[in-house]
Design a protein around this ligand. Structure first.
Ligand code: BGC
Length: 318
């Protein structure tokens, strides 16, 4: 089939929101929208929500199902990208759910799915900051910490696409408990969830902290400690510790893959240089063989939150 001039639905399935967009072959997002995931209402409800979002996006773009090649999805967890089955998702609490078939039946379009961070890496390789790179690592800093590995221009997913779980490498032995069952995973120190947890702890331990100006603990976001970095010791300690742990994980990946770049994605990246500069400094100091080997720049995903959508759509592009 000649897929020229056809469109794609890209879906980024997260623990809280399902984000979607209509994407063309050149990586332009025509329309986009989001809807709550509602994973607490069960997996079938989530499949219905994805399908309803896909259909409403098609309508919003003044298209019909026949104009669309298919639906590409990124989702957290271990996903067999060949069969479309979510084998295990710690974030969505799914075990063996054939979400691709469910959505395909509801919408009447072919569906492809892969791990969300792998898909984000694909987006950056095809349309973003890694367009001209052959070796790159993508790390997404969100509810969890995702990993995408690009070697020689190809996504490395492991057997049954079950690998590349960089967020579940342990950086602190017997450290914080992780939703995967281990302790001390990078995710338990470098996710937005971890940053929020540590900010709340710091506030509870210091009732004089300026961070209390926000009102109450439930107002804490991943931004709070960064906002008070210059004016509050407790906030500074939270950010410094976050950066130290993140840099430790990134340096491990830099030593294993020695990529041309490490790309950071996710909401925490809105901190820009406040995040990048100290992380890069620590990585440079700890990198194997230091400046005697090729350097590993840490960069922010060019497509921002769009990487998930575009990468998902790219699953259906040849
Ligand atoms: C999951 C990964 C996912 C990442 C980002 C982790 O907790 O195990 O599969 O890529 O979160 O969503």
């Amino acid at each position: 089939m000649d897929n020229k001039n056809k469109y794609y639905v890209g879906i980024d399935l997260g623990g809280t929101f399902i984000k979607g967009g209509i994407v063309d072959r050149d990586g332009n997002v025509l329309v986009s929208d989001k809807t709550p995931t509602q994973s607490n209402l069960g997996q079938d409800k989530v499949a219905q929500n994805i399908s309803a979002l896909a259909l409403s996006l098609i309508e919003k773009a003044n298209l019909t199902v026949t104009d669309v090649v298919g639906i590409g999805m990124g989702a957290p967890g271990m996903i067999d990208s060949k069969t479309g089955v979510v084998i295990f998702s710690n974030n969505l609490n799914w075990r063996y759910f054939d979400v691709a078939s469910s959505v395909s039946q509801l919408v009447g379009l072919p569906v492809k799915i892969a791990n969300d961070a792998n898909v984000a890496a694909l987006g950056e390789v095809k349309f973003g900051v890694a367009k001209n790179l052959s070796d790159a690592i993508m790390i997404t800093l969100g509810t969890g910490v995702g990993g995408g590995i690009v070697v020689d221009g190809k996504l490395v997913e492991g057997n049954q696409s079950a690998g590349a779980e960089l967020g579940h490498s342990v950086i602190v032995l017997d450290g914080e408990p992780c939703s995967c069952g281990r302790k001390g995973c990078l995710e338990t120190y470098a996710s937005a969830t971890a940053l929020i947890r540590d900010t709340k702890r710091a506030m509870e331990n210091n009732k004089q902290s300026k961070m209390w100006e926000i009102g109450s603990l439930d107002k804490v976001t991943g931004k709070t400690s960064f906002d008070y970095y210059d004016t509050d010791e407790s906030a500074k300690a939270v950010v410094d510790s976050y950066i130290k742990h993140l840099a430790c994980g990134l340096t491990n990946f830099a030593n294993v893959f020695r990529p041309q770049a490490i790309i950071l994605g996710g909401g925490v990246c809105a901190q820009g240089d406040n995040l990048l500069k100290p992380v890069q400094k620590l990585l440079n100091e700890e990198l194997y063989a230091g400046d005697k080997g090729p350097q590993v720049p840490v960069v922010i995903a060019q497509l921002g939150n769009g990487a998930g959508l575009l990468g998902a759509a790219a699953l259906l592009m040849d």
